[in-house]
Ligand binder design. Structure first.
Ligand SMILES: [Fe+2]
Ligand SMILES: [Fe+2]
Length: 145
């Protein structure tokens, strides 16, 4: 798998692990929520500035659908964050957020990755990985402020 796709896959797996932990371990929920708040928007922001930007001209409908998914995830995350940890609505909201994210990750790993491997050279996929890391750093700093 070319470099940027590996980075994206690693992020997906890390975020899946966060959800496992959020569901199963009440003790660490507050810390994991902070990590999710940092990782998930940064991941989406970096995808938009790299892979999506490069694939937009060759697969406009698919990329538009992925951008719509990101908008939906951002809105669902914002609603989820208004629910207190001890509220009965918290776990259903967590599962709802997770389902939405999982559906998006799956479509990226199947369709968007295949597009990328087909349309972009290995060199550009490798170069994009550097930009991806940089954009994630930019996003993380803007959350921290
Ligand atoms: Fe995405
Ligand atoms: Fe992703």
């Amino acid at each position: 798998m070319p470099q940027i796709l590996e980075l994206i896959q690693d992020d997906h797996d890390f975020i899946r692990g966060l959800f496992d932990e959020l569901e199963s371990n009440p003790e660490t929920r507050d810390v994991r929520c902070i990590t999710l708040r940092r990782e998930l928007p940064g991941h989406m922001y970096a995808e938009e500035g790299t892979l999506y930007a490069r694939l937009r001209s060759v697969a406009p409908e698919e990329i538009q659908q992925s951008l719509n998914d990101h908008t939906g995830i951002r809105e669902t995350l914002a609603r989820f964050e208004t629910i207190p940890l001890r509220d009965d609505a918290w776990m259903p909201a967590l599962r709802d957020l997770r389902e939405r994210i999982e559906a998006h990750f799956t479509s990226e790993e199947k369709e968007v990755f295949a597009r990328a491997e087909h349309h972009l050279s290995r060199v550009s996929l490798f170069e994009l990985s550097e930009t991806f890391q940089r954009e994630k750093g930019v996003a993380a700093r803007s959350v921290a402020v």
